[in-house]
Design a protein around this ligand. Sequence first.
Ligand SMILES: C[S@@+](CC[C@H](N)C(=O)[O-])C[C@H]1O[C@@H](n2cnc3c(N)ncnc32)[C@H](O)[C@@H]1O
Length: 305
Amino acid sequence: MDTADINTSISTLSTPREFIQWAVDRFEEAELWYGHGTDNALDEAAFLILRTLGFDFDADEAQLNKPLSDEQKASLLSRIRERITTRRPVAYILSEAWFAGLPFYVNQDVLIPRSPIAELITEEFRPWCDPARIKTVLDIGTGSGCIAIATALALPHVHVDAVDISPEALKVAARNIEHYKLADRITLIESDLFSALTGKTYDLIIANPPYVDARDRAELPAEYRFEPERGLYAGPDGLDYVRRILKAATRYLNPEGTLVVEVGNSQYALEDAYPEVPFLWLDFEHGGEGVFLFNLEELLRWFHQ
Ligand SMILES: C[S@@+](CC[C@H](N)C(=O)[O-])C[C@H]1O[C@@H](n2cnc3c(N)ncnc32)[C@H](O)[C@@H]1O
């Protein structure tokens, strides 16, 4: 799409609705990749345009059909162009991502939140856990803090320890924790998995560690190159971190405790690596896969010889 073409076509656009439709056509033409909070051109365009204008996702007819100022049009055009020419995901362009129905500040030091674990959180971990019995939670690889924060908001009686190896990611998490006024209920800890947690135990451990294997790494669309490498990659078979978590988790769980881990499509490599273990893979109504769950008893049986 060259500048002359853009200038000709945008001169006919006036309202947010017209900009959304125009962006959908441009996004489809450019064959963008959607995997960072949306899964199609319409949702991607609506996210970019509505949030650039400061509208909610349920903007009404009057907002969608109101003519835009020249300044608003210029700002929309520049962001649509950035999405197409650089392939930068919309969440990074806006510095905003949504998880479990909540907005989070994001920058390129953290992965864009998209874990199906959001659905577990909004269901308060039922039917797998009794929410009333969860008092202490550990979030491994907290990134933006999305899982720790959404969990603390869903379960107002819990305390969450949230660890990450990346000091830059912890800064982003701290900003989000401050926004949600949760500093007294979430403790951020710089740690290589469990290394800084000696002696602590939890009712629930949630981990969304890096799990992209070497083959997927070579084939990832350009959009993923904006994300921090240490948020994504996990060795040749994608299991570098999950192996370590499975080996150590028994020492950090309370007797009735539960471990939830996301491994995405490294679930097949995990099943091959532990053929004797009956992994329980969770089903999600809103999409996503590769999340398994164990209680302490099962973990001790399968991973603590
Ligand atoms: C897949 S991202 C998940 C981020 C966030 N929990 C989410 O769901 O959006 C993995 C996170 O693990 C962190 N990480 C990578 N290696 C780690 C390690 N050895 N110990 C702790 N955190 C680690 C990365 O910095 C990154 O923030």
